[in-house]
Design a protein around this ligand. Structure first.
Ligand SMILES: Cc1ncc(COP(=O)(O)O)c(C=O)c1O
Length: 380
């Protein structure tokens, strides 16, 4: 039986509701990083084969996390933006092609597609504030649509997309389906095969409770060899470690996207966190997190001074709960955000309101104090 208080010895004066920005490390992750630092100081890379074992273990755990068919479908990259760029610049665009996305994406999943304008590629952004966000996206699809890209959960409103529906249409019409999953992985169950994803990318520093600078990149077997490569180095070749070979070819696995030395420090950290997720199970984690989101949403919905920006319909939310105070303008929300932070409520000012993002381990007995602070500020 895992004692979450042992795994998350977070300072008691903090109410940490910012996993949609940067998460908290479990104790075992902090321990793994300290041990790795100590080993580097005392023994350098004497035991490098053991580090490679940890790397292989991590790939196996990531395969489990997203239900990939094989570890060969998974590459370890620097961040989400790098993965999206690999896809955007790996495809062979024709002038007149278009990309369909939404008007709620984080800049990482917009800027890279905008950058294709010089190749004659049009970016079409659907307004997804209505009742049928997927329908609004699909309305923009035509015979020139080459790729559809979307966040699994929107970073501002917390709207959860129906990825299976989008993936099904993309598969039927031969459209590349690209998912920025950083607001889901580690929070919600995820299945790349069930949603027919061609590429899925997410850095580890949010719900995955790992470090910044290490990302999972899933690429479907159908597309792995078809994406053009733009980064080269010793680590992306088929015969890894054969330093004397004068001939080389890119790895047939997704390692072909990993040009050089791996982020071993990050790998040790994320592997430790994922061992906890595996012990608990993503179904339990998701259930516990959604209960916390629901608790927060219920309080907001019962307060006529507050307006919930996150859809509370079943299946439409994940771990993000964003709200506004009806009487407040943006400057007021900036003040409320500063007050909350000064009182130890770690949150974010997003989508013109306040964004709370608890995780499965969050102590719900702290929530009452949270609302006292909100009420004090909003009723001043
Ligand atoms: C939806 C989404 N995508 C991507 C990122 C971050 O991208 P990267 O991993 O490249 O820093 C964020 C961070 O807030 C995000 O919310």
């Amino acid at each position: 039986m895992i004692d979450l208080k042992d795994e998350f010895p977070l300072d008691r004066e903090l109410i940490y509701l910012n996993h949609a920005a940067v998460g908290v490390w479990p104790k075992r992750t902090s321990d793994a990083v300290k041990a790795f630092a100590d080993e580097n100081m005392r023994q350098g890379a004497t035991h490098y084969p053991q580090w490679m074992k940890v790397e292989r273990e991590l790939r196996g755990r990531l395969k489990w996390l997203v239900n990939a068919a094989s570890v060969d479908d998974i590459a370890l990259l620097k961040n989400t933006s790098e993965g999206l760029s690999l896809v955007a610049y790996g495809l062979d665009w024709q002038s007149g092609d278009n990309v369909v996305s939404t008007d709620q994406e984080f800049p990482s999943n917009r800027i890279v597609w905008e950058s294709l304008k010089s190749k004659g590629v049009e970016l079409r952004l659907a307004d997804i504030s209505g009742d049928d966000p997927e329908g609004s996206m699909l309305d923009l699809v035509d015979e020139n649509t080459r790729l559809l890209t979307v966040s699994s959960v929107q970073f501002g409103t917390g709207l959860k997309m129906d990825l299976a529906r989008l993936g099904r249409v993309c598969r039927e019409r031969g459209i590349f389906f690209c998912v920025d999953a950083i607001q889901s992985l580690g929070a919600l169950q995820f299945d790349v095969q069930a949603i027919h994803a061609d590429a899925v990318v997410a850095d580890a520093h949010k719900w995955l409770l790992g470090p910044e600078g290490l990302a999972l990149f899933y690429i479907s077997p159908a597309w792995r060899q078809r994406l053009k490569l733009h980064q080269y180095g010793w680590h992306m070749v088929e015969r890894l470690g054969d330093f004397d070979a004068s001939q080389w070819s890119p790895a047939t696995s997704a390692r072909r996207f990993e040009a050089g030395s791996p982020n071993m420090l990050g790998i040790h950290a994320l592997n430790a966190t994922l061992s906890l997720f595996q012990e608990i199970g993503m179904d339990e984690i998701e259930t516990a997190l959604l209960q916390r989101s629901e608790l927060l949403m219920a309080t907001i919905e019962h307060d006529d001074q507050l307006e919930l920006l996150t859809p509370s319909l079943d299946g439409r939310y994940g771990g993000i709960v964003t709200f506004k105070c009806c009487q407040m303008d943006d400057a007021g929300h900036a003040d409320l955000y500063r007050n909350l932070m000064a009182s130890g409520v770690i949150c974010a000012h997003r989508a013109g309101g306040i964004r709370f993002s608890p995780h499965f381990y969050s102590d719900t007995s702290q929530f009452e104090k949270l609302w006292q602070i909100v009420q004090k500020t909003t009723r001043l």
